[in-house]
Design a protein around this ligand. Structure first.
Ligand code: BGC
Length: 244
């Protein structure tokens, strides 16, 4: 089945048609930069631009950085606040004229990694973290993915993602070691309560895992996402294909 997979992020939306039986991208991905946070209506237009670029007619899977219940968006920590409470599925379907399935971005990435990537065939307990503008998270057990919001554990009165996200490393000009040390503490907290056997790290920065993995020192096996930053696109497409 062919599905247009789209990953909505803090600084851009990225998408490509995906063959959902293999997880392969069928065309070079398109990146539309969003230097300003787009309102839901503007995001719908950007999505329509993506659809026009690929001359797409068919199902679309959209990964969104927030809590998703059905077609509704419940939180929007790093995007426009007007997304909160918005029926994103309906809005995006209307804007594109195609059926849209919404999924949490990190759960999408986890789905792609468990089906075709670093977690392929792994039946134990795996934790996937995406390090980007925020921190995305999902657990997988026996290959079934459960979306989590572990970037919002409280830390000194704020969400811990404001302390450990990849964007914070850049903004605060932290060295790899300083940032790695923060990740080490964060991962230790997660391990204490979740005891994953495998931790998969995605997000753009996972391409540079050699620079910071050595500081994390987890109990679990730590691996970069196989799809690196493309897991979100592939997983969003898988969500729309519904296991096909
Ligand atoms: C959001 C999550 C999302 C993560 C990564 C967090 O701020 O609450 O839903 O998965 O950022 O984008």
């Amino acid at each position: 089945m062919k599905v247009l997979g789209v990953d909505i992020g803090g600084s851009a939306l990225k998408g490509a048609p995906v063959e959902t039986t293999t997880g392969r991208l069928l065309a070079e991905r398109l990146r539309i930069a969003t230097p300003e946070p787009l309102s839901p209506v503007q995001m719908g237009r950007a999505l329509a631009e993506m659809v026009a670029h690929f001359k797409w007619r068919g199902p679309i899977g959209v990964g969104f950085p927030g809590v998703i219940y059905g077609t509704r968006i419940l939180t929007s920590a790093n995007l426009h606040p007007r997304f909160i409470g918005c029926d994103g599925g309906r809005l995006f379907s209307k804007a594109t004229g195609c059926p849209v399935t919404l999924v949490n971005d990190a759960a999408a990435a986890a789905e792609a990694e468990m089906r075709f990537g670093a977690g392929r065939g792994f039946m134990g307990k795996a934790l996937l973290l995406t390090l980007g503008t925020g921190v995305g998270s999902a657990l997988a057990y026996h290959g079934t993915v459960v979306p989590m919001e572990l970037g919002h554990l409280p830390w000194k009165g704020k969400s811990i993602e404001k302390h450990v996200a990849a964007s914070v490393r850049e903004e605060d000009e932290l060295s790899w070691e300083e940032w790695g040390e923060r990740l080490r503490e964060y991962v230790a907290i997660l391990e204490q309560s979740m005891w994953p056997e495998l931790i998969i790290v995605g997000g753009g920065v996972s391409a540079k895992h050699r620079k910071f993995f050595k500081f994390i020192k987890p109990r679990a096996k730590l691996v970069p996402a196989k799809f690196l930053n493309q897991a979100g696109i592939v997983g969003a497409a898988l969500a729309a294909a519904g296991g096909k």
